[in-house]
Design a protein around this ligand. Sequence first.
Ligand code: SF4
Length: 245
Amino acid sequence: MKPRVAFFDFASCEGCQLEALNLDAGELLDLIAAVDIVNFREAMSESSDTYDIAFIEGSVTRESDIARLEKIRQRAKILIALGACATIGGVNCLKNHMPMEEALKIVYGEDAKNYDTIPTKPIDEVVHVDYYVRGCPPPTSEMLKVVKAILLGKKPEIPNYPVCVECKWSGNVCAFERAMTCLGPVSRAGCGAICVTKGRNCWGCRGLVDEPNVDSEKEILQKHGITLEQALQKFQIYCTGGEKK
Ligand code: SF4
């Protein structure tokens, strides 16, 4: 029997699910041949409470999200955090830098009293996560890599080195040399350095590498007149290092 796969969304723009639908036709057909997709709100109207693998997109931002996520965890044998919102909190973390009442008021004005909100959390602050598919949105190649590894009973090989490495492989001119502040020296690779390759800088949507070479990175930043603290502050857009109130 094929494993049953379900997709669920919490606070998110649903861009990760959309990206899953962007798998090329051959990859999508291979995937459908290997698994049964039983929940996928963006692509089908049927749904089921019986599944083996749950993909979670989005972060936890309401008290009621906690019980919902715990229920999904109880039902799934394998739970995968999909995208920056689920893996590190994502852009929803911007509200964590102000009191929650203020955030509610900015969004809902006079109707704020009708809504509840809590500081944004990545899903592993609530439940155990078996696998992470990182990025905003995550590369389809990494989604496939993780699913294939699960089906083969292997551990997926996800890079744990900085984006700088992939930048060098791509032959990019360093963003610092183009007068930009870049989080590539401390951010986790796996995106193919796509933002820098397209002429932008890295904002750290894949989170920090596990063991950043802090001394070496400090040296690079100092050379360009930036402190490590200033660089890490940039991660606040995606939550890493963000202070919760
Ligand atoms: Fe949207 Fe990015 Fe969050 Fe995915 S990680 S839901 S693309 S904001």
